[in-house]
Write a protein that binds this ligand. Structure first.
Ligand code: G16
Length: 548
């Protein structure tokens, strides 16, 4: 085998964020940016000689070239086998599924998730461990440390591998198996849900769905599952052809960026059910006819209705949500008498809870929902779960939500994002909030919008109940006496400046008060957030970039 040892030097800033390392394509295109990071990953692992690595990505610009680079490095570093999706494609949940099913040592996923793609867009890479989940902080910090002391990387002098054809080839001593990116994942999903009932609903002629793949990775998965296996009419999937630049769109399934789906679902002849997924297929948005379901409510509704799906008929072990996600799921867990866990933002924090069997469902306000079937959030899984619930309950999406709120009360919820803020200004805002934490509890704040009694204020810290690891500075929480709260965090997934996220939540038990427009219901908290953090003054922004 023609292994080459190439001298290199550390490159600053290769610290993985909330979900891997994300930078501009133009950064990743500069050799040895990718090579250094991949070598830092391999240098952080033990005992992988001869083992299996799973490799794939969301198909965005630079995916194909990066896959060839990583294949050669995996061969030179001594892996025995790589399972790679055809044409280098694997959605994030499918990669997790393949790692678990084939008992791989781990996997490398190429994606910048919902961030835009194309030559001027974003690229990303992350490492997943043998449980199929994102590497925990212990490993991501080791990768970062190794990136800071690299002196060489290993690669192979060999031609590129043809990834168009399924089957096995050799790259040096490495066995490269090109696999169908969809089959394993589709089979797993078919084992969890009642495909007969969902198929009957989709073929009934009285129920229409619209799934927007946003020209991202889920197109082939949606075609195979919704159209081929379940028999939905062809037009049920839109934007189903994956494109390297996502058709110039922003593949983030939220009401702002999934504008075509929203227009379809708010039209006079709107379908009964709408959904969208993101760049790498792990996020989801659920929409009824003229009705948007917030991700926090979606988790709560799925938890409350879980036993309707065959894969969850035995009940749930527990549920987990990220701290900024609304407490709607907590109310369901309480009623069911099951465990409920609050973790920092980042799917990696759910891994230990899932592995230990403490939780079955997990969810995040950032449009992520998933279960113990894999160790990533899973967009198509969430859509199938909703379809299974709709097929059983024979109610509209809106009616299911209104019924849910009647039973549990409504957690009005919204996230306001300020994107591309000057980093120094954003850090200053967070420090300004931290400086108030000790004196805020017990204070009464008088604003034109009302009087707010602060009950608690802290910077969220988490101790993992399974391995005892501690994560600090995970978001500033200000809780009010009536149970409302405002949370402030800086995003860990952006590539330009800083993104300030402001999370707003207000609980209302009375069903007579459940039809207020969300931003109106949260109006007082929005004003309070600005008062506490000085958002306008410090960011120079009058309005958020995105409201979800
Ligand atoms: C990633 C993480 C999620 C997180 C989201 C937003 O999702 O896996 O756990 O909630 O980022 O994180 P932040 O608020 O730090 O930007 P994805 O879909 O981007 O991989």
């Amino acid at each position: 085998m023609n292994v080459k040892t190439i001298a290199t030097r550390p490159i600053a800033g290769q610290r993985p964020g909330t979900s891997g390392l994300r930078k501009k394509v133009t950064v990743f295109e500069q050799t040895p940016y990718l090579e250094n990071f991949v070598q830092a990953i391999f240098d952080s692992l033990d005992g992988y000689a001869g083992q299996t690595l799973v490799l794939g990505g969301d198909g965005r610009y630079h995916n194909a070239a990066a896959i060839q680079t990583i294949l050669k490095m995996a061969a030179a570093n001594g892996f025995g086998r790589v399972l790679v999706g055809r044409r280098g494609i694997l959605s994030t949940p499918a990669a997790s599924c393949v790692i678990r099913k084939h008992r791989a040592y781990g996997g490398i996923i190429l994606s910048a998730s919902h961030n835009p793609g194309g030559p001027e867009g974003d690229f990303g890479i992350k490492y997943n461990t043998g449980n199929g989940g994102p590497a925990p902080e212990k490993i991501t910090e080791a990768i970062y440390a190794n990136s800071g002391k690299l002196t060489r990387y290993l690669t192979l002098d060999a031609p590129d591998v043809d990834l168009d054809l399924l089957g096995s080839t050799k790259l040096g001593d490495l066995q490269v198996e090109v696999i169908d990116p969809v089959a394993d994942h589709a089979d797993l999903l078919a084992s969890l849900f009642d495909f007969d009932k969902i198929g009957a609903l989709l073929r009934s002629g009285t129920f229409r769905m619209c799934f927007d793949a946003m020209h991202a990775v889920t197109g082939p998965y949606a075609h195979e599952i919704f159209i081929k296996r379940l028999g939905a009419p062809a037009g049920s999937v839109i934007n189903g052809v994956p494109l390297e630049d996502f058709g110039g769109g922003h593949p983030d399934p939220n009401p702002t960026y999934a504008e075509q789906l929203i227009a379809t679902m708010f039209a006079d002849d709107a379908p009964d059910f709408g959904a969208a997924s993101d760049g790498d297929g792990d996020r989801n948005m659920i929409v009824g006819r003229r009705f948007i379901v917030t991700p926090s409510d979606s988790l709560a509704v799925l938890a409350a209705n879980a036993t309707l799906a065959p894969g969850y008929a035995g009940g749930l072990a527990g549920v987990a949500r990220s701290m900024p996600t609304s407490a709607a799921a907590d109310r369901v867990a309480e009623k069911l008498g099951i465990g409920c866990y609050e973790t920092p933002t980042g799917w990696k924090f759910f891994g230990n809870l899932l592995d230990a069997g403490k939780v079955t469902l997990c969810g995040e306000e950032s449009a992520g929902t998933g279960s113990d079937h894999v160790r990533e959030k899973d967009g198509v899984w969430a859509v199938l779960f909703w379809l299974n619930v709709l097929a059983e309950r024979k109610l509209s999406v809106e009616a299911i939500l209104r019924d849910h709120w009647k039973t549990y009360g409504r957690n009005y919820y919204s996230r306001h994002d300020y994107e591309g803020v000057d980093s120094a200004a954003a850090n200053g805002l967070v420090e300004h909030l931290r400086a108030q934490l000790a004196t805020l509890p017990g204070r009464r704040l008088e604003l034109p919008q009302g009087t707010f009694h602060v009950k608690s204020a802290d910077d969220f810290a988490y101790t993992d109940p399974v391995d005892g690891s501690v994560s600090t500075k995970q978001g500033i929480r200000v809780g009010l006496a009536d149970g409302s709260r405002v949370v402030f965090r800086l995003s860990g997934t952006g590539t330009e400046g800083a993104t300030l996220r402001v999370y707003l939540e207000r609980y209302v038990a009375d069903p007579a008060q459940h039809a207020i427009e969300t931003q109106q219901a949260l109006g007082g908290l929005i004003a309070l957030a600005d008062q506490l953090a000085g958002i306008r003054e410090r960011t120079g922004r009058d309005t958020p970039t995105v409201i979800t």
